[in-house]
Design a protein around this ligand. Structure first.
Ligand SMILES: Cc1cc2nc3c(=O)[nH]c(=O)nc-3n(C[C@H](O)[C@H](O)[C@H](O)COP(=O)(O)O)c2cc1C
Ligand code: SF4
Ligand code: SF4
Length: 252
């Protein structure tokens, strides 16, 4: 089974390509979390989890899904972390999670994909994104081969203080910075409701004819990047930056 969590489509794209290659189904974990279902899986095959790197480790929407689910004891787990630069401490976070869940950690592989964190980071141009997606395809296919052949990944070993510091920064960021106060729809908004529809956490409601953001936000950047009118801003952080429309928009 191939599970994914994805804000702007990178991890979904990777999961779907891998799933096709290993003849499995790609499943969006929010189909479980939105319905508040406690998932129980009995399949004895390998479990593949694909999600973005948020602050150097797998997005919590994925790790929390895994924590909440039940898997057969000793089932194998392989992680794919999409990122703009590096998956950071993801391998260790994933192997510790496996230990806690009684899963056998097989590996964690990164796939460099276009940057989507428009609120904070420099965005790449559409041309640059096309090249990044094109270059990612062979590495995705290589990962599919690794999964098929049961190969383990060669993980980077982190010094304890480096690992602890990254974890601490991540915790602080989740607690203090993943807020929605700075999201705003400008006068360019045409009230289409797409932002509400694409939010994986159902955190946006249409209040009259404008979107209104709740508190359950993981800063996935789907709403702001996918607005057809580029009518969403995140304070001054997003002004004038290229919106990322997802991997499919980079192909062809
Ligand atoms: C909240 C947030 C934190 C991020 N942190 C990192 C990071 O630490 N390292 C990195 O290389 N990319 C980082 N990124 C970029 C994403 O990991 C990358 O664009 C990813 O492929 C997005 O996947 P998605 O389209 O499936 O949501 C971050 C993006 C967001 C929104
Ligand atoms: S997606 Fe953009 S245009 Fe559509 S409702 Fe949301 S802010 Fe308005
Ligand atoms: S409200 Fe937050 S979680 Fe929902 S789409 Fe926007 S950034 Fe993502």
């Amino acid at each position: 089974m191939v599970f994914y969590f994805s804000g702007t489509g990178n991890s979904r794209f990777v999961a779907e390509r891998i799933a096709r290659s290993i003849d499995q189904e790609a499943i969006d974990v929010t189909t479980y979390t939105k319905e508040k279902k406690t998932p129980m899986f009995t399949d004895e095959g390998v479990y593949v989890f694909a999600c973005p790197s948020y602050m150097s480790a797998p997005a919590r929407s994925m790790t929390e899904f895994i924590e909440s689910a039940t898997f057969p004891k000793g089932a194998r787990a392989f992680f794919i972390v999409t990122c703009a630069v590096s998956m950071g401490i993801s391998p260790r976070v994933c192997s510790e999670l496996c230990e806690k869940k009684g899963l056998e950690y097989v590996g964690a592989a990164q796939v460099v994909m276009p940057q989507n964190y428009i609120a904070l980071f420099k965005m790449q141009s559409t041309e640059e994104n096309k090249k990044i997606v094109k270059d990612a395809i062979p590495s995705i296919d290589k990962i599919a081969d690794m999964i098929r052949n049961g190969e383990k990944t060669d993980d980077k070993v982190f010094k304890s203080f480096e690992y602890a510091l990254t974890k601490w920064v991540r915790d602080v960021y989740y607690k203090g910075f993943m807020k929605t106060k700075k999201f705003k729809a400008t006068d360019a908004c045409i009230s289409c409701g797409k932002c509400a529809k694409v939010c994986p956490l159902s955190n946006i409601i249409m209040n009259g004819n404008k979107p209104s953001w709740g508190k359950n936000c993981t800063h996935c950047m789907a709403c702001i990047n996918q607005c057809p009118k580029e009518a969403i801003e995140y304070g001054k952080g997003s002004v004038g930056k290229t919106r990322y429309k997802g991997p499919e928009s980079c192909l062809g």
